[in-house]
Design a binder for this molecule. Structure first.
Ligand code: C5P
Length: 218
């Protein structure tokens, strides 16, 4: 018999990057493989949850039993997250682009001799995590991720407070975590910091899923 601590729960996960179009063939993006978010969606489904995975553009198969919604931009991701509510747990793993091009071109921008590069006017994207955490459909447990290259735990604590998340899962990306199969994370909650050794992203996912099953109100 399987251990299914999330039976009857709805878990919402965002994963991957977003692509913000400059013109029909160019975009702005963050670096993200989507692997950690997909592993969390897979582990939550194995634990019995109904899982909605809102995925940016990635090259990964949909984990068994997961409802996947593919999006391209941060605005599309925000709308898909809102449409998926209510949820018991939200895990925002996506590397959302902070800015989009205010007015992206309908046609491919051309390099005309002597013209120089185009000036791109950037507009701030909504913070999907903060909007969810402060909204009236807030899931019982809201978890954010933080990729930092220095002072990882201090920045994670600040981010937790600023965004209104319950936990921030912080990882040090100064090494080669990006796109890799292993991750070393610190789980920062209001009460404590739990630092896990480097392990496969699937194992990080299983540990997180066990922890949020324990933390959910019964
Ligand atoms: O501020 P920063 O981008 O480092 O925060 C990372 C966390 O916030 C991640 O959980 C990420 O998914 C989330 N985020 C978001 N919407 C944004 C920016 C970040 O949901 N526009």
């Amino acid at each position: 018999t399987q251990h299914r601590p999330l039976l009857g729960r709805h878990v919402l996960v965002t994963a991957g990057p977003t692509h913000e179009p400059i013109d029909p063939v160019r975009y702005i993006a963050n670096r993200s493989s989507g692997k950690q978010g997909f592993a969390i969606a897979a582990a939550a489904a194995e634990a019995g949850a109904r899982v909605t995975l809102v995925a940016g553009p990635v090259h990964l198969p949909t984990p068994p039993g997961v409802d996947r919604v593919d999006v391209e931009t941060a605005l599309e991701m925000a709308a898909a997250v809102d449409a998926a509510l209510p949820a018991d747990v939200a895990v925002m793993v996506a590397a959302v682009a902070d800015w989009r091009v205010g007015r992206s071109a309908g046609q491919k921008l051309k390099k005309a001799p002597g013209d120089g590069p185009p000036a791109l006017e950037l507009t701030e994207n909504p913070d999907i995590l903060a909007t969810l955490a402060k909204g009236d459909k807030r899931p019982a447990l809201v978890i954010g991720f933080a990729a930092e290259t220095q002072d990882v735990i201090r920045y994670a604590r600040e981010k937790r407070a600023r965004k209104g998340a319950d936990w921030i899962v912080a990882n040090d990306v100064s090494g080669d975590v990006m796109g890799g199969d292993a991750n070393a994370v610190h789980i920062v909650t209001a009460e404590e910091v739990t630092s896990l050794p480097e392990m496969p992203k699937e194992d990080v996912a299983r540990i997180l899923v066990e922890r949020f099953a324990d933390a959910l109100p019964r």
